[in-house]
Design a protein. Structure first.
Length: 482
């Protein structure tokens, strides 16, 4: 039966949740829609709202064929409500309610907790669109510009996904939260977004690639945990969002990889053996590898903060309640209650960084962060392969988890990227070697010259291996002037 998977495009809001028969929720969403479009016009990609963009739109949630590609003006993108199909007989798979049937309605005792989880996730989605809204003007190619806009419209859809849950399951306060999601603004003084990394600037394309590689990957880990939820509509929503999220990380990882590749090619062609000779490297119109490392240091550290405190009773409560599980919860071989287990947590004890066993329940943030680090390390390894293949001697690395943290065990510790604890003064003296400096930012900003001719790429980035939707190299992914 394909009816379950197919998306109904006859309503103003495409969906596979039977909105046409759910008048109350349909009305609430239709009431929210104009405010969303205003937000998109104000805070979405600046200068390209009338351009035709070669975007994919979900036409089915079937993993084999959900995407349809076509030219769309972004404000006319069919944002919709798409949930993965309901699994017959699904259970709560962890916590105090393990083994009970999964909830199709919000359990009263967990209402506030669940709403908070949904609002925090929802708040990150529009935030990243706001952070990235100026980047279209400096895109290194039409291919990259299109990928930026694809990520942006999908983050918009993720906002819709969370707003649907709020409006369908949380009545009046859900509607209020939905409106607040359109009111807060990334970086705003009086109404900032809820999480730190989502109030930072994304000033250039290298930041964008780092953000989609590292910060969207935090999103992936959070969605993976929420996809385990005993609240079935949340689980189904997140499972479909994950299919979109994979593309965001592809954009980030390959974006950095192509930057690294171009740098190495230019160095080899110019006969530069020393990657740290940044003046000579920069004169080639590419980003030197030490600066790429500094960008990694910054974005990885900011993203680690998104996991919250390593030891957290909130995380334990979410788990006990059956609302937020572990990464790949159902594949883990244990009792899925964790009442007697421990987990090693990195802490600052007696002036040194050590692993200390903590109750597994309160260490869930640390555990998810560890899974995240493992995932990030794979991207870094692939970048190192590119460097190696080019014959350049240099290695990129993730900094130590204690480096440059604002939240958790290491917030008051000054550590180097290799995990050596140093004094504040020593750290300050090294700062510009560890994190992007103002001069690095100026250099990168000067490199960000837009390239809008089909098939051409800016000096600092290599073309992709493959086109989108198997299109040829000179495909016009964005028709800027229509
Ligand atoms: Fe998202
Ligand atoms: Fe994303």
């Amino acid at each position: 039966m394909t009816g379950i998977l197919a998306v109904d495009y006859t309503t103003r809001i495409p969906n596979n949740v039977g909105l046409a028969e759910d008048r109350t929720v349909l009305r609430a969403l239709e009431g929210w829609h104009p405010g969303y479009l205003d937000w998109w016009q104000d805070m979405g990609p600046e200068g390209f709202q009338d351009s035709l963009v070669y975007l994919r739109t979900a036409v089915s949630v079937d993993p084999k064929g959900w995407a349809k590609f076509d030219y769309v003006k972004m404000p006319e993108y069919r944002w919709g409500i798409l949930l993965a199909p309901q699994e017959e007989g699904r259970l709560v798979n962890f916590g105090e309610h393990k083994g009970e049937p999964a909830w199709q309605e919000v359990p009263g005792e967990y209402r506030a907790m669940l709403r908070r989880l949904i609002v925090i996730q929802g708040d990150t989605e529009p935030a990243s669109v706001e952070q990235q809204r100026h980047l279209g003007k400096t895109a290194p190619s039409l291919y990259d510009m299109r990928n930026l806009f694809q990520v942006n419209v999908e983050e918009g859809r993720h906002l819709w996904a969370m707003v649907y849950l709020l409006q369908k399951y949380f009545g009046r306060d859900g509607r209020e939260e939905a409106n607040e999601l359109l009111r807060r603004r990334s970086g705003s003084e009086d109404a900032p977004r809820m999480l730190g990394a989502f109030n930072e600037a994304t000033p250039d394309w290298l930041s964008f690639f780092m953000f989609t590689c590292f910060t969207d990957r935090d999103g992936k880990m959070q969605l993976e945990s929420l996809a385990q939820s005993g609240f079935d509509p949340l689980s189904r929503t997140c499972r479909f969002m994950l299919t979109e999220e994979a593309h965001h990380m592809f954009v980030g990882e390959t974006g950095v990889g192509r930057t690294v590749q171009r740098t190495c090619e230019a160095m080899v062609a110019a006969g530069i053996d020393d990657p740290t000779d940044i003046h000579r490297v920069r004169a080639l119109g590419v980003v030197d590898l030490p600066t790429i490392q500094k960008k990694i240091n910054l974005h990885y550290a900011l993203s680690l903060d998104l996991f919250g405190s390593e030891v957290s009773t909130n995380a334990a409560n979410f788990y006990n309640a059956g609302l937020k599980g572990r990464f790949h919860e159902t594949r883990i071989d244990d009792d899925h209650r964790l009442t007697a287990d421990t987990y090693p947590v990195a802490k600052f004890v007696d002036g040194a960084i050590r692993l200390v066993d903590e109750p597994a329940l309160t260490a869930l943030n640390m555990r998810l962060r560890d899974a995240y680090t493992t995932d990030c390390a794979k991207s870094v390894e692939r970048w190192n392969k590119v460097i190696e293949k080019a014959g350049v001697t240099f290695r990129l690395a993730l900094p130590h988890v204690a480096f440059h943290r604002q939240i958790g065990e290491f917030r008051n510790v000054r550590a180097t990227p290799t995990g050596e604890v140093v004094s504040q003064a020593a750290w300050e003296a090294m700062r510009d070697d560890l994190l992007p400096s103002a001069a690095d930012g100026d250099f990168i900003a000067a490199l960000m010259q837009p390239v809008t001719e089909p098939g051409r790429y800016a000096s600092w980035i290599a073309p992709p291996k493959l086109g989108i939707d198997n299109k040829p190299g000179d495909y016009e992914y964005v028709k800027i002037e229509v």
